[in-house]
Write a new protein. Sequence first.
Length: 308
Amino acid sequence: MSLRKFSRTSVFLLLILSFSSLTAQESVYEQKDFTIITELTTRNREFKQYQKDIENASKMLFAGKHPHLSFYKYTCNAKDDLISLSSRCCIPYDTIVTLNSIDSADFELNGKNLFLPTVQGLFINKSPQNRMELILGSSRNEENATQKVLIDGKELVFYRNDRFTPSERAFFLTSGMNLPLSETVITSSFGMRKSPISGKWKFHNGIDLAAPLGSPVFSCKAGIVEKAVSGDEVYGNYLIIRHSVTLTSLYAHLGNITVKEGEKVLGGQKIAEVGLTGLTTGPHLHFEVKNDGRAENPKTYLKLDQQP
């Protein structure tokens, strides 16, 4: 083969490869028809098919293969929340919220039309509409994306198998968290302290908020009452509210409790009254925040004007 012929062939091949690469990067997947899921139960034929699609996609991911991405549609009812949706669909809530532009764990799902994907990952909106989407878009390189998706008029960049970073998760979960008392002062901080009961140094898992007996206690954010306990030796009457898969809040030394286990509560809703139960030297609220079962300083989640 002559040098001239070889050069022409090489240039031709390079042009083909360049065009193929450009086409792959710029191609956008669009699904126009969606299977409707009317209820998230095994009685529903469409939901059973959706579960099979997710199972097959998970097996392919585990085997290092690339499953086909597709979407179903579902309209939420008053009983739905991100925890139950994620659990029933076997899809991380990170995936559901990014696909549907949900910007915080407090988002009201009742009546919301959701797209449910068959493959887990993050969907980053190319035209961010809220703070969460701005944060997600600024922290990822589009060159590492799996594919582009056009859905409901939005162009999204899909990162297969990606999850929230710890800071992104904290922002999503803590957005909108409020102080559980209308007026208070911190009398004991998070961390090591000398116990007012025993006089010994001990780690304090929360903060103590002083308030008059009978003062209303409010849920710091929306969630489901996971525990409502009376007469505990240490915490007295106390509540645990689950706000997401990983985030919970605890309210201890309560007097009257006004909610029940399993009840869905709104952020700012009255859930109890300040009491004098359990191991305490005076009326106050002991307040804890846990993420993935680990106690964290509530100050990092709350906007507090008063310092201890």
